[in-house]
Design a protein around this ligand. Sequence first.
Ligand code: TXA
Ligand code: MG
Length: 322
Amino acid sequence: MDKNIIAEAAKIINEGGLVAFPTETVYGLGANALNPEAVAQIFLEKERPSFDPLIVHIADVNDIRPLVKEFDPRIEILAKHFWPGPLTIVVPKSDLVPDIVSSGLPTIALRMPNNKIALSLIKESACPIAAPSANKFGMLSPTSADHVRKQLKNVKCVIDGGETTIGIESTVIALHSKGFQVLRPGIITKSEIEKYIPYFEVEIENLPEMASPGLMKSHYSPNKPLFISLGYPENIDISKAARLSFSGIYSDGYKIIEHLSKNKNLKEAAVNLFKALHKLEESDVECIIVEPLPEEGIGIAIMDRLKKAAYRFTIDNFYKSI
Ligand code: TXA
Ligand code: MG
């Protein structure tokens, strides 16, 4: 890790600028969380609607106290087991946190990323860093510096930390008095968290969609139609289509085949998910047909991303557009 690059990037953050940096999950687009003008730049650059709040990244549990209304002891328990790591915790915020960060919600989403560059950047900047994934709103999340540059052409400072090691965004949970709720599934599963703090069942379907915009049905889309299907949908010419495979079993005749994991390992599939989708989005296929993965453990998080990617495409719309 180059200390000069970190120092330069921290200077940009302190001057109210934007820095794209690696985390263990996906690349983030960061700004000083306590500077509302700087945070506004993130929304502009990402073309992100103002109703979608940002995760605030910290490097030390003690950094949290000024940001929260009161310190929930469950944060300490979760921090001990899961931080630094891909878990984001939503709790009531203090007045210090600008409303633009939380999109007007009375809460703040907190995360300590498990990546040396990210942690050094936060420490060197000496401020909490608000950072959504470094992609255009609704598009594929970036797992490499090249993915960031492809979508966010105006961001001058992109710290290249190689490919991310987890590949999908953090698990987002909210802490309520009766227990926690999962707002976005991730690599850290509900049952792992439940070992340490109680869970309170609220069906995601019963939460208002805007309780967390991570609950939106459409998100994370490639720029080509994507369908989830065990076989291939009737009437699709698979010689012009790509297959994204998990089991390694697929029909002959696809133009391109990408494998999520050669050993049917869900962790490996998560690491490769966005990388494979970026590659297929750049290829000359007409559509991407994804094999459904088992919806258990990490498979829940991967299928969550895939269903959101597929949501805006129906076969009917596809035929209208070609
Ligand atoms: O792994 C990650 O979480 C990455 C890296 C960069 O840390 N970040 C990320 O940020 O995925 P973003 O903005 O793409 O997703 C943040 C999610 C959104 O679904 C947002 O709605 C939710 O967290 N969120 C943020 N603040 C919230 C809050 N106060 N209440 C409820 N949901 C919140
Ligand atoms: Mg995102």
